[in-house]
Ligand binder design. Structure first.
Ligand code: CTP
Length: 402
């Protein structure tokens, strides 16, 4: 996205506040962002906020009042590598559909030569109204990309479809558009993520601190390259940014293995990023263990299956398996040992000794090994950037040279 020119159109809806985050994401990714606001949008978010975030004065009127300087929508339309309208209200959608050029945003839209991405945001009844549905269909027929709104609680407190897609997801759609997305096209990628919970009784479990952030970031990065991604995840609150990521929720290691076994055969790539509990209670009590009536001092444990080793042990030619190793000491030796023992092609090592790496952080610092040795030693970066790098390493991996 570095150096790309993005015209960010903001119309007058409550979701306009999310445009600030979207602008920030684009700028952080190295894009140049020119904000164009409708007069109504300024009632919801100030041009000062948007110009501070983008480093460019916001364009809203056809002329600067005191100088008479004309703002050329034609130039803006030509400058843009992509135009994103987020949020797009019912009214602006109707104007775009019928070419009602009564403000700077609509004239810029009509002059845009670049692809246009539209993220509708409105109340559920407005969204479902036949005129809105028809207008959106018209916009699609003109070749515009509609970023469908999500279902959820709306500003009216009603629940339904109409909530503008989250800025991270809109960013991802654009990221995918600007980046060569084809390396994993048509390929299935299976990812394990999060912790597993091994039940002791109905209210207690053995678990760990994994949040699943890295696994879901990998899923988003793989979808962005065109893959069909399924995440088999233990209990986590994190969600993928990309709506195309399929998530199967499980609790225990045995359930995780069972779900992975159903999908492993047809996966071109399997990434085992879950922090699977190595042991589970031999018996999960069906009723809560009571302090007064039980005299429990020890818990009998059984070893869980090793999902990565089980599946990698029966991979077929052409299938690529990638493991993770979170180590506290002897990092490289342990990671390379796991790579061999589990029959993995690549292993991603992160050390708990590195600040900013490991469970719960938004950043990670990893190195990647194949059986031949170190492939990449990445600096500390966001889990999203880290995930993109790991997916790039996977797509470029050649067992004969690496
Ligand atoms: N893994 C797995 N199933 C398990 C244990 C681990 O699939 N029961 C996978 C992890 O997802 C990771 C890799 O194996 O990709 C290494 O996990 P880790 O917990 O570091 O390795 P263990 O083999 O459990 O070794 P140890 O805990 O002793 O370090």
């Amino acid at each position: 996205m570095k150096g790309k020119h993005i015209v960010l159109g903001i119309t007058g809806g409550i979701a306009a506040y999310k445009a600030a985050t979207l602008a920030r994401l684009f700028v952080k990714a190295g894009a140049e962002v020119q904000v164009v606001m409708t007069p109504a949008a300024k009632e919801f978010i100030t041009p000062v906020t948007m110009s501070a975030l983008t480093g460019k004065p916001v364009v809203s009127e056809f002329f600067t009042a005191n100088t008479g300087e004309w703002h050329s929508h034609v130039d803006l339309g030509l400058w843009a590598d992509a135009m994103v309208i987020a949020p797009a209200t019912a009214s602006s959608i109707a104007k775009m559909a019928y070419g009602v050029a009564d403000n700077m945003l609509i004239t810029t839209y009509l002059s845009a030569k670049a692809p246009v991405f539209i993220a509708p945001a409105m109340d559920l009844d407005m969204m479902a109204h036949p005129s809105t549905v028809a207008n959106i269909e018209l916009l699609k027929s003109y070749g515009n990309h509609i970023i469908e709104p999500a279902e959820g609680e709306l500003a009216s407190h009603l629940v339904g479809k109409g909530r503008m897609e989250e800025p991270e997801r809109i960013f991802d759609v654009l990221y995918r558009f600007f980046n060569d997305t084809d390396e994993l096209a048509g390929k299935k990628v299976l990812i394990t993520a999060g912790p597993t919970h091994e039940a002791i009784d109905p209210v207690r479990f053995i678990g760990n601190y994994s949040t699943g952030k890295m696994g879901f970031a990998l899923a988003d990065a793989a979808v962005a390259r065109g893959a069909e991604v399924t995440v088999v995840s233990g209990p986590v609150t994190v969600k993928p940014c990309h709506p195309a990521v399929k998530v199967i929720k499980v609790e225990s290691a045995c359930e995780m293995l069972a779900e992975c076994e159903k999908r492993f055969d047809e996966a071109s790539v399997a990434i085992f990023s879950a922090a699977v509990a190595d042991y589970a209670p031999a018996h999960a009590e069906s009723s809560k263990i009571k302090r007064e009536t039980s005299d429990l001092h020890t818990l009998e444990l059984v070893k869980n299956p090793d999902i990565a080793a089980t599946l990698s042990g029966c991979k077929h030619p052409g299938q690529l398996t990638v493991g993770f190793a979170l180590e506290t000491d002897n990092e490289t030796v342990n990671a390379r040992h796991k790579l061999e023992k589990k029959n993995l092609d690549l292993i991603v090592l992160n050390s708990l000794r590195d600040k900013g790496a490991g469970f719960g952080c938004d950043t990670n610092k990893v190195s990647v090994y194949s059986s031949r040795g170190l492939i990449a030693d990445l600096p500390l970066k966001s889990k999203q950037d880290c995930a993109r790098d790991i997916i790039s390493i996977i797509t470029a991996y050649d067992p004969f040279t690496h």
